[in-house]
Design a protein around this ligand. Structure first.
Ligand code: DX5
Ligand code: ZN
Length: 232
């Protein structure tokens, strides 16, 4: 994957039909998703449980684009290899998940996966200052992790700080939580390029009627790109 800062839409399959992941993944990709975002939760770091490595491995053959695995688990290091072997293209770990984010990012890169580092809403941008050379992406959470469908927390100023810290490095900024056509322009203008959206992508559609997924993806993308062209 070559690096660029164009807007990428990453639907979270947390909002998909849990009995039909293969077809849901194929549907969102056919409708214009750039990446597929997989939310892994452990019932400990966050108050919800989702996908172990065998589930992620089962998703893999359906993903033709880029499988972005967001680990909301603690500890994280013992599971990195299993998620890499399950076929992740990117593995993102939280700075709050343990005392050794530097080691964690090294371990992710050692598997050959891209490495992402995530910040909860209450964690300052400065927490990632010394690991930027080990990261391919910074994830700024705009909800407290654990559930889809929550209200967007406006952290535009933090996104701007992260963007300034990144400078010329080839590091993406991802936003996750409450992204809609209304909130996407705020974060895109502040420097974000990868927009995760769960409920805002899946609402109104289904595998039998996937056209709304495409309308929803295009609406988020147009809103984000619109603000960029107006400031360019
Ligand atoms: C939250 C997850 C998100 C979530 C986003 O813990 O990391 O990826 O699914 O869902 P929406 O877009 O509905 O806020
Ligand atoms: Zn996520």
């Amino acid at each position: 994957m070559t690096f660029d800062r164009s807007i990428k839409i990453a639907p979270s399959i947390l909002s998909a039909d849990f009995a039909d992941f293969g077809r849901e993944i194929r549907a969102i990709e056919a409708q214009g998703a750039d990446w597929v975002h997989v939310d892994v939760m452990d019932g400990h770091f966050v108050p919800n449980l989702t996908f172990g490595p065998p589930a992620v491995k089962a998703f893999r053959p359906h993903v033709k684009t880029f499988m972005d695995v967001h680990l909301m688990i603690s500890p994280v290091d013992p599971y990195i290899e299993a998620y890499a072997e399950a076929g992740a293209d990117m593995i993102t770990a939280h700075v709050e998940a343990g005392p050794h984010i530097h080691r964690t990012l090294q371990a992710i890169r050692a598997t050959g996966c891209k490495a992402g580092v995530a910040l909860n809403p209450g964690t300052p941008a400065s927490a990632i200052e010394h690991v930027l050379d080990l990261a391919d992406m910074v994830l700024v959470m705009t909800v407290n992790p654990g559930f889809g469908g929550q209200k967007f927390i406006d952290l535009t100023e933090k996104v701007r700080r992260v963007r300034a810290m990144i400078g010329d490095r080839p590091v993406h900024i991802q936003i996750d939580g409450g992204v809609t056509p209304e909130t996407a322009p705020l974060v895109a203008a502040a420097g974000a390029d990868v927009l995760v959206a769960g409920s805002a992508v899946f609402k109104g559609g289904s595998v039998e009627n996937p056209a709304p997924y495409g309308d929803n993806i295009r609406a988020i993308r147009a809103a984000a790109e619109g603000v960029l062209s107006s400031v360019a």
